[in-house]
Design a protein around this ligand. Structure first.
Ligand code: NAD
Length: 447
């Protein structure tokens, strides 16, 4: 099928590439000329495992094209995806300006029946706004093309996006027309062979499903962080508690890791946007507000542990200290630093007069873009290079390569011989046996 995709970010680029991979003829359109120029030359703007060779192969085969020419893309698409950003507005609600701009563009150029598929995460009711925006532009041109607007939320995880897209758990199709469902079923048939993964529903339910999924996952994280904070105070170890509860299949092992707070471009904004939607409809979302508040506090917790340690010392606390920081991305296997907990920790360390030496396997270019050059920031080539002349280590992202470091070498390198482990990667007994002081999240014995 001929597919057009508006937005060549994490969702649009991965979706377009996977659709091309199974044989569709895809045109990706973005307003960012440098991104499109780069993609045409094989430069992938994001880090996502497995993506680069797939983009290059499908581009070379002619099934995946990149353009800034919206009219050309709309003329191409039997199915037109909207996969642009929906960042938080000032009050936390989703900013729909990019989605509606695409809708108007579609209306300005559409010349035949089509199915418009919204993949961006948008508040309930947005499909109606998209439909109106397209219809108004069509009417302004005296046109009356038939078109459907479908909600098809995306559930891929950054860091695993290609695998998620090629083997989805479910494909949610929210539509009000049987024709649109048939078209999308045909489009997704290659991903839907061994069992039916398509969940058909009405448009509003599909829009809410995406927020419900992210809010549930964020709730699990904030719940564990809450229990971790209790564990810390009562002298219990959250890691043992985690083992104890995860074995219950009703609870399960996934998403019950305490840590430095959730970040990324989705959970923070989606929990807030859903809370705004609830409030706008006269419901006070007490649980969602608590999930958000717990997370906001948790992002400051690593720094509290650092302060607690240094306030016990005889010198001036954190001021003048040098911290090695391992991990800047909001989670492993991505270069994405949007809302990353590392940003809060770094800001707090800098405000307290400390210097940082940072290393992340994939997010260094993004960190340079965000922070620029500053005297209290050193970019390092490796995890161990970051330890050189540092006083303490702060681990913020759980990259696999940080899991089994040489603690003896770490002990030699760190002036104050202390590790702040924001992801509970290490066994406190093992690290303390190497002569290092250890602080984890929710590990009561260490406070
Ligand atoms: P992104 O910021 O990585 O990419 C958005 C792209 O859209 C950018 O390249 C931007 O230049 C482009 N764009 C903006 N206006 C445009 C226009 N008028 N025409 C063409 N292109 C335009 O965003 P993302 O992370 O891919 O997220 C997109 C949507 O998908 C959001 O609503 C997000 O909540 C949702 N989502 C994201 C993820 C994720 O893991 N990133 C997962 C599921 C759903």
């Amino acid at each position: 099928m001929r597919v057009a995709i508006f937005g060549t970010g994490y969702v649009g680029l991965v979706t377009g590439t996977c659709l091309a991979e199974v044989g569709h003829d895809v045109v990706c359109v973005d307003i960012d000329q440098s991104k499109v120029d780069g993609l045409q030359r094989g430069i992938i703007p994001i880090y996502e495992p497995g993506l680069e060779p797939m983009v290059k192969a499908n581009h070379a085969s002619g099934r995946l094209a990149f353009t800034t020419d919206a009219a050309q893309a709309i003329a191409h698409g039997e199915v037109i995806f909207i996969a642009v950003g929906t960042p938080p507005d000032e009050d936390g609600s989703a900013d729909l300006q990019y989605v509606l701009a695409v809708a108007r563009t579609i209306g300005r150029h559409l010349a035949r029946p089509t199915v418009v598929v919204n993949k961006s995460t948008v508040p309930v009711g947005t499909a109606d706004k998209v439909r109106t925006a397209i219809a108004e532009e069509l009417a302004a041109r005296g046109q009356e093309n038939a078109f459907d607007v479908v909600s098809n939320p995306e559930f891929l995880k950054e860091g695993d996006a290609v695998a998620d897209c090629m083997r989805p758990d479910r494909i949610v199709i929210g539509a009000s027309s049987a024709h649109a469902v048939t078209v999308l079923r045909r489009l997704y048939a290659p991903f839907n062979r061994n069992r039916d993964r398509v969940v058909e529903m009405d448009v509003r339910s599909a829009e809410l499903t995406k927020y419900a999924a992210n809010a549930m996952l964020a709730t699990k994280i904030s719940f564990m962080n809450e229990i971790a904070n209790i564990a810390e105070r009562v002298g219990a170890d959250i890691e043992q508690v985690r083992q104890g509860i995860g074995s219950d299949p009703r609870i399960g092992w996934h998403f019950i890791y305490p840590g430095a707070g959730y970040g990324g471009s989705c959970f923070p904004k989606d929990v807030q946007a859903l809370a705004r939607t609830a409030a706008q409809h006269g419901h006070q979302p007490q649980l969602l507000n608590a999930v958000e508040a717990v997370n906001a506090a948790q992002k400051g917790h690593l720094f509290e542990l650092i302060q607690r340690h240094y306030d016990r010392g005889e010198d001036e606390g954190v001021r003048g200290k040098t911290f090695a920081v391992w991990g800047l991305a909001f989670k492993p296997n991505t270069d994405d630093m949007r809302e990353a907990p590392s940003r809060r920790v770094l800001a707090q360390l800098w405000e307290a007069g400390a210097k940082v030496q940072v290393f992340d396997p994939e997010a260094m270019a993004e960190a340079r873009r965000i922070f620029g050059e500053r005297e209290d920031l050193v970019f390092c080539d490796s995890a161990f290079a970051a330890l050189h002349d540092a006083d303490a280590l702060v681990v913020i992202t759980e990259w696999k390569q940080f899991r089994s470091p040489d603690f003896a070498r770490m002990r030699e390198a760190l002036g104050d011989a202390v590790v702040f482990d924001g992801r509970n990667l290490y066994d406190p007994a093992e690290i303390e046996a190497a002569g290092l002081a250890y602080y984890g999240i929710g590990r009561g014995r260490s406070v």
